[in-house]
Design a binder for this molecule. Structure first.
Ligand SMILES: [Zn+2]
Length: 342
């Protein structure tokens, strides 16, 4: 089959489009003919390498996968060849206390496609049957592939970690990102007032179209000052953080007493500071979030299958143009998801 792999970490040139052996089919696995695979910021981290984490190479990247079932192993009884499906990006042992309590993203053996195991930048991928989720015929593969990782992440952040309540004020950083565009829509479902940030006039208009009530130009305006102005000096109840060093202090400065900040990433750097006086006197909650449980994925997909939540697709590229696709994401040119087709 054709696949895009990395043999060493590096720039976009590290991605090699080549012939590789087809994956073998275990009895409890399903073989999926991949039709679309969405990019995530995680893909850039896996390609460039993550300090302190060893990734076995070569590796086929890609966590967000949709396609048709080509074959099902002997032990599979739910999934049948020919079904249109997407894959849960996260895999786990399914046997430990965390897994059995519905917190599989806390499993010590939690793995992500395209990171710990080979992913979807390929014509075929093998997946355990439990990770395979049928999709409606009306949902195009490109849209299905663009959903799982970012909607699962945003749902876990807002619902499970920050326990978002109807009508709250929410600040969503970087509306153009996958997580940002998903978080805006989820907060919209709960009738929240949404303040989003974006880096250009064009992206600001798209953020408004997606449901943001106020949009701040994060290169030209002071985020915290604008939030205070919009909220009558009170600040927001929840901040959706995934930017890190560049925005962390502004995120804290935007918080109301009793507010929660929830972070799932730090694309601009990991080192920040925290003035503990504000943490205790304002009774803030600082929350970390990583992926989400499979039960949460099924829950958020209900809204997607009904058309109440929808992935924002920036652009699609054939798999052979994977380097161009990575460059677009790396240079922050996109609004929404960049998707590979094959
Ligand atoms: Zn487990």
């Amino acid at each position: 089959m054709k696949a895009a792999r990395i043999h060493q970490h590096g720039g976009v040139d590290a991605l090699v489009y080549q012939d590789v052996p087809d994956p073998s089919l275990r009895p409890d696995h399903v073989l999926v003919r991949v039709r679309a695979c969405a990019l995530n910021h995680l893909d850039l981290f896996v390609r460039t390498g993550i300090p302190g984490i060893r990734i076995p190479l070569p590796r086929i990247l890609g966590s967000d996968i949709a396609g048709e079932v080509r074959a099902a192993g002997k032990l599979c009884d739910r999934i049948k060849p020919g079904q249109r499906v997407l894959l849960s990006p996260g895999l786990s042992c399914r046997q430990c206390e965390q897994c059995l309590s519905g917190r599989d993203n806390l499993c010590r053996r939690y793995q992500v496609f395209g990171y710990h195991v080979d992913g979807g930048y390929a014509e075929l991928v093998a997946a355990p049957e439990y990770s395979v989720i049928p999709i409606p015929d009306s949902l195009p593969f490109e849209e299905a592939a663009a959903v799982p990782l970012v909607f699962l992440t945003a749902w876990h952040m807002l619902m499970s970690r920050a326990r978002l309540q109807p009508g709250e004020d929410v600040l969503v950083l970087a509306a153009s990102s996958g997580v940002g565009s998903a978080a805006i829509q989820i907060a919209r479902l709960f009738q929240c007032r949404i303040i989003a940030t974006a880096g250009s006039e064009e992206k600001m208009a798209k953020a408004r179209a997606l449901g943001a009530d106020h949009v701040i130009h994060h290169y030209q305006s002071d985020i915290a000052a604008e939030v205070k102005r919009v909220t009558d000096r009170r600040g927001v109840d929840v901040v959706v953080e995934h930017v890190g060093a560049a925005t962390w202090q502004k995120s804290l400065d935007s918080m109301a007493p009793g507010a929660r900040v929830v972070t799932c990433g730090a694309t601009t750097g990991f080192d920040t500071r925290l003035d503990l006086r504000y943490l205790f006197s304002k009774q803030w909650s600082l929350l970390g979030s990583y992926m989400g449980g499979m039960g949460e994925l099924h829950r958020v997909l209900k809204f997607v299958f009904r058309g109440q939540l929808k992935a924002v697709i920036d652009r699609t590229y054939p798999l052979a143009e994977v380097r161009v696709a990575h460059a677009r994401l790396e240079q922050k040119e996109q609004f929404g998801k960049v998707v590979l087709t094959m």
